[in-house]
Design a protein around this ligand. Sequence first.
Ligand code: CP
Ligand code: NVA
Length: 301
Amino acid sequence: MKHLLKMSDMTKDDILSVLDLADKLKYERKNGIAHPLLKGKTLGMIFQKSSTRTRVSFEVGMYELGGHALMLSGSEMQLGRGEPIKDTARVLSRYLDGIMIRTFRQEDVEELAEYGSIPIINGLTDYAHPCQVLADLMTIREVKGKLDGLKMAFIGDGFNMANSLIVGAIKCGMEFAIACPKGYEPDAEIMKWAKENGTFTITTDVFEAVKDADVIVTDVWASMGQEEEAMKRREAFEGVYQVNEKVLAAAKPDCMVQHCLPAHRGEEITEDVFESHADEIFEEAENRLHAQKALMVKLMA
Ligand code: CP
Ligand code: NVA
């Protein structure tokens, strides 16, 4: 693995070895054991969309690994004035040891990797959010003690989170079911791959999807960049595509809930369900730090 542009860049072994190292780094951090595995290295962080978790966890992660992280706001870079990605890639490769990028188009991240000569990490595009999925898998494995054989149900938009969860979960031996409105399905190629490589179902029926689920995952109805579609999306999702007590009761009794955050209470998840599963959700947020530190060590050490 040279880059992490999307979950399909990782084999099952890649994923598990990142999770194992993440567990170790989490343990060491809790016990005050320093691990300067990226001493002297610099990560550039390009943001063309907002962020709280990704921004802070990558920057703190690099600091804790003995390296340095540089915030590069897309709008303040020449990139924002039209300098081509392929030129940016070749320039930044001469200064940095790795780049994390959050942007809109997956093609831009792929181009950065094609023209650059350093590891590229996708910090979210419209197509994928692999770093979040590593944290989710880490959290699920911590709580359930395994991934193989579990069922993940995703309720909501077939966008970046769903696309990446499908690939990550199926690779780790989980069953995957998604309930989404018509017209909001995940990427067609990803669904085709999932059907060929695991147990994957797609339905418009939330209760069908969550039956026997060990973990329910959801995400906002309108993602960053979809603000203008918010009304139309509300009509498609409202009243049906919500993780509430009734939906949770239809899953396994010990079903976990995961949410990448930020959450819109009263929309994709109710206040009650969110708060009763807050420990799992905020552990998931914390695990962004540990999983990404492990990922950076694998790619950049
Ligand atoms: N979940 C996630 O990526 O959060 P941020 O948008 O705050 O980075
Ligand atoms: N689907 C959301 C995830 C945010 C972390 C978005 O793209 O805005």
